[in-house]
Design a protein around this ligand. Structure first.
Ligand code: FPP
Length: 239
């Protein structure tokens, strides 16, 4: 296991696929929503750890485009949990200098969750510490299609020419415009999948998979992931 070195380079942007809430609950004979509730506590601790460590961006995959296919009861529990979390924790986010942002098709969220989200984003907009990016109703393919649609519209209206399209212009049309790409992608619960998450943005990210279920993910797990990142030699395709 790689030890975390506070003196060495830390990732600027960490993205996390928070997985294993359901299995964590099942192991304890609890309803799945209890796994998500415990997962929200891990979110809180992770935010604090990232703030302490000086991480600039933390992106959390909280609800994917595909998660709408889950039973209505679970979708409602997740939406309710999110709204409750934001309502309760926004003062803490403000105090901790955290700026909240969101990526995804939030127009699909129920009105009450969307309104709470927009309120929390507004209230934390002037903070300049850690940026917490919550991926909600997010799918990377949908994001890429949305960007392409916008670029095609601009081209049809003569606002830009297809010949001028490059990586930077494309990136600037994604939901993540203005954010640095993730340096480290963590997935919990031992699954080796990307699951339609930030496909464009993780081109050069280091990937770290842990067997730990998200509700058990603590500061020590985060530090181990960063320690592993520090051991790797990033070449970005060069030598
Ligand atoms: C994956 O576990 C997790 C989710 C789909 C939801 C993640 C949500 C939270 C941690 C709740 C709060 C979030 C915020 C930002 C406050 P799973 O249900 O797929 O687990 P399983 O694979 O074990 O069934």
């Amino acid at each position: 296991m790689a030890a975390f070195d506070p003196e060495s380079e830390i990732p600027r942007h960490i993205a996390i696929i928070m997985d294993g809430n359901g299995r964590w609950a099942k192991e304890r004979d609890l309803p799945r929503r209890e796994g998500h509730r415990a997962g929200a506590e891990s979110v809180e601790e992770c935010l604090k750890s990232c703030g302490d460590l000086g991480i600039e961006y933390l992106t959390l995959y909280a609800f994917s485009s595909e998660n709408w296919k889950r039973p209505e009861q679970e979708v409602n529990a997740l939406m309710g949990l999110l709204a409750h979390f934001l309502k309760e924790k926004t003062p803490t986010l403000i105090k901790a200098n955290v700026r909240l942002q969101v990526i995804g098709q939030i127009e699909k969220l129920p009105g009450s969750s969307r309104r709470q989200l927009e309120k929390s984003i507004r209230k934390t907009a002037d903070n300049d510490g850690l940026t917490l990016v919550v991926a909600l109703s997010y799918g990377s393919r949908e994001e890429i299609v949305d960007a392409t649609r916008e670029l095609m519209r601009k081209s049809a209206e003569g606002e830009m020419s297809a010949d001028n399209l490059d990586n930077e212009t494309f990136s600037n049309h994604l939901y993540t415009r203005g954010m640095p790409d993730p340096d480290l992608l963590i997935r919990t619960s031992g699954e080796f999948r990307i699951s339609n998450f930030l496909l464009w943005q993780i081109s050069y990210a280091e990937i770290y998979i842990t067997e730990t279920f998200w509700p058990d993910f603590r500061r020590e797990h985060l530090e181990t992931a960063i320690g592993e990142y520090q051991k790797r030699h990033r070449r970005f395709g060069g030598l």
